[in-house]
Design a protein around this ligand. Structure first.
Ligand SMILES: Cc1cc2nc3c(=O)[nH]c(=O)nc-3n(C[C@H](O)[C@H](O)[C@H](O)COP(=O)(O)O)c2cc1C
Length: 383
């Protein structure tokens, strides 16, 4: 299962095409829109999120609420497009007065215009903007619909925003999703949520922005997804590439991650146990569900670091593209903090990789056959 997206931040529409989708996945429009809504909420989001309520139109690949084995195309209209028809006109001549010439530090702006020989940062920022991640979330909802058929649930929650963090240790795979969704910073700890909101308020007042840490988890995974024999088949490498493809994600840990590098092996590796009905299992999950490039049957635990939003209301210095004079970096309408939203985008990326891993191992064209193969595998490895 693969996806590609198209669309600019203020263009007419975003699209996602998901290929490699097996037939027989129940697709519920409201589940796609619910994930789009989860990406849009969050304390610290900018004005854009109040203008738009994203819904995805399913253009192909689904009939009578089930996938039919063909590519699934999804479209999300940009409701703000009506206000941008001149600036984002598909035809005609460039309008000099709307050019953006002050690239923002921390964004794709400067390297993008240099690379593409453009004199207008908008040519770059329209696509580099994380608005594109709405299309990823729609694509990820198809992967999640498949994963539900094989009893896998993907979730996420925010651990810290700026310096405001939850207490550790916690078992990330046991976090109650209803507590996460009840918090407008998507943090299951009510007391930490208050501190996170206060940190966002302070950043807003100061014209600042904030990043943070969040977890992505997946439960119900069978052991043996991914592979140890080829670099490209290692699941940790594929998950890392997917996570790092999200704008502003700068770091990633699996399981105990960097903390494990300080401890001796006996306190890092997870002793192997077995019992009749359950088969092989671990009493601890320091590894975060991955060993040797494969799932080991324990929950997948990933922790991602997001850098602060680059667009600052109190901008850093930049240099004008035309005059080379020092000026303030441009100010697009912007979020102060998008960590809660980034976590939902990461769920989509992780779901797409995990769905693809199931299809590689258990077959790829019919959900019924995939589930039959999966049950046979589960039965074999239990005995
Ligand atoms: C969900 C989400 C929302 C974002 N919102 C904004 C925003 O409003 N303003 C902004 O300047 N950057 C925003 N970003 C971050 C930029 O997209 C990102 O920092 C930029 O692409 C450069 O990051 P990079 O160096 O990792 O590519 C957002 C990122 C995500 C994942």
């Amino acid at each position: 299962m693969r996806y590609t997206t198209s669309g600019e931040s203020h263009g007419r529409v975003l699209t996602a095409i998901v290929t490699g989708v097996p037939a027989g996945i129940p697709v519920d429009q409201s589940a796609i829109d619910s994930d789009l809504a989860r990406r849009q909420v969050g304390y610290g989001r900018g004005g854009r999120m109040r203008i738009e309520t994203d819904t995805a139109s399913i253009l192909s690949g689904v009939r009578f609420s089930r996938t039919i084995g063909s590519p699934v195309a999804l479209a999300i209209s940009n409701r703000d497009w009506d206000n941008w028809t001149d600036v984002m006109s598909v035809q005609g001549e460039p309008i000099d007065s709307v050019r953006v010439t002050a690239p923002r530090p921390g964004h794709a702006d400067l390297a993008g215009v240099l690379k593409t020989c453009s004199n207008d940062v908008r040519d770059v920022l329209e696509r580099a903007s994380a608005r594109e991640t709405a299309a990823r979330v729609a694509a990820g909802a198809i992967a999640k619909a498949f994963l539900r058929q094989v009893d896998v649930e993907v979730g996420s929650f925010v651990f810290s925003i700026g310096g405001a963090a939850m207490d550790t240790p916690l078992d990330a795979s046991e976090v109650d999703p209803s507590l996460v969704e009840a918090s407008d910073v998507r943090c299951p700890d009510a007391e930490a949520s208050v501190r996170m909101r206060a940190a966002i308020d302070a950043a807003h007042t100061d014209g600042e922005s904030l990043g943070g840490l969040f977890y992505v988890t997946a439960t119900g995974l069978v052991p043996g997804l991914g592979g140890y024999a080829e670099a490209a088949s290692r699941l940790d490498a594929r998950l890392a590439a997917a996570a790092m493809s999200i704008p502003a994600i700068k770091g990633l840990e699996f399981g105990d991650g960097f903390a494990a590098a300080k401890r001796p092996g006996s306190q890092v590796h997870d002793a192997i146990a077995h019992d009749g009905p359950r088969g092989f299992y671990r009493k601890t999950n320091h590894a975060g569900g991955l060993e040797g490039g494969m799932t080991n049957g324990e929950p997948l635990i990933m922790r991602l670091a997001m850098k602060p939003i680059p667009t600052l209301m109190r901008p850093l210095a930049s240099v004008d593209l035309d005059s080379h004079e020092v000026i303030d970096a441009s100010k697009e309408r912007s979020d102060v903090c998008a960590v809660p939203a980034a976590a939902v985008v990461a769920e989509a990326e992780v779901a797409l990789v995990l769905a693809d891993s199931y299809l590689q191992k258990f077959g790829c064209d019919c959900v019924e056959d995939i589930v039959t193969a999966l049950r046979a595998y589960e039965s074999r490895i239990r005995s």
